[in-house]
Design a protein around this ligand. Structure first.
Ligand SMILES: [Zn+2]
Length: 305
């Protein structure tokens, strides 16, 4: 049964680090809010406020970048994954740089900070996007689909033509504890041959074995993996962050095959645009259409577990 109250942090929490691509220092303060107003970034140097919404997504080649009023704001997905994974859907995130810290390449340091700050309920009901019928996006053999499901469930498959990664598949019904345990520690990864390519384009300047898994043909250059299938788990983590761009928690099964940020965001946009494919719902119960004899808080049908 999904949580029914919207949540924010109990108190502000500060995290500092350096950005992956431009290696600039960055200080992030995640602040509680007083009413349900979604996840919003405040870029302190410009005063520009950027809601975490799919229609503001710009470049998606390597990470998820939000663009507003000429400001490009990068690598938001791991923090968004941590917040969404812990069901903190309302906060103001103040940032003093253009790229969020990469930290250890996973969502774990964000999760630790958020858990240390604690959570509290906000007034009103938690509003979900409840999927009513399937929506699909495809691109060159890569595909994603979202279909009706009582909670949030993710089924992800990757198939890399690389001996150290290959095909990996995992399926998980999400709740905060499972997110923390099963996904939050999985780190960003890349192939050894990608590193020089990214550096030549002036990217991944802050990248190292401290914040990414680098796969050579024989296996990871890092000392050890955190999960045997860390790569697919990191993809699921990235997807959690990109699903936060829906602007509300999702009730649906999300399937992804060989996807990445671009396809994740395509699916989010396709679902939002197809307004017959979903409805607003409070706690797993559809708000409209309402049963003739029912009223809010009671359902004519049992709520699926
Ligand atoms: Zn990632």
């Amino acid at each position: 049964m999904p949580r029914t109250h919207p949540r924010t942090l109990r108190q502000p929490v500060t995290v500092t680090g350096r950005g992956l691509h431009f290696n600039r220092p960055c200080r992030v303060v995640i602040r509680p809010v007083e009413k349900a107003s979604g996840l919003r970034f405040l870029h302190e140097p410009s005063g520009i406020e950027i809601p975490a919404k799919a229609d503001l997504v710009g470049d998606l080649s390597l990470s998820t970048t939000l663009v507003k009023d000429g400001l490009r704001f990068g690598t938001v997905e791991h923090l968004l994954a941590a917040l969404a994974g812990l069901e903190i859907e309302h906060a103001l995130i103040e940032v003093d740089s253009d790229e969020l810290p990469i930290l250890d390449g996973s969502a774990a340091p964000w999760v630790e900070a958020i858990l240390a700050a604690g959570a509290r309920n906000l007034p009103g009901a938690r509003r979900f996007i409840k999927v009513l019928r399937p929506v699909e996006v495809t691109e060159d053999g890569r595909w994603m689909r979202v279909s009706p499901h009582a909670g949030l469930r993710i089924r992800y498959t990757i198939d890399f033509d690389h001996p150290a990664i290959g095909r990996q598949s995992r399926e998980l019904s999400l709740d905060p504890e499972k997110f923390r345990r099963e996904l939050s520690n999985a780190r960003t990864f890349c192939m050894e041959q990608d590193v020089e390519f990214m550096r030549s384009r002036g990217l991944a300047l802050g990248g190292s074995l401290e914040n990414a898994v680098v796969f050579a043909a024989k296996g990871p250059l890092n000392e050890a993996l955190r999960y045997e299938d860390e790569a697919v788990r990191h993809k699921m983590l990235d997807l959690m962050g990109d699903l936060a761009l829906l602007g509300a928690p999702l009730l649906g099964l999300v399937e992804a095959h060989a996807a990445g940020h671009a396809l994740h965001v395509s699916l989010v946009k396709a679902l939002l645009a197809d307004t017959d494919a979903w409805t607003w719902s409070e706690g797993g119960e559809a708000i409209r259409p309402r049963p003739v004899f029912g009223h809010r808080g009671h359902s004519a049908q049992p709520i699926p577990a």
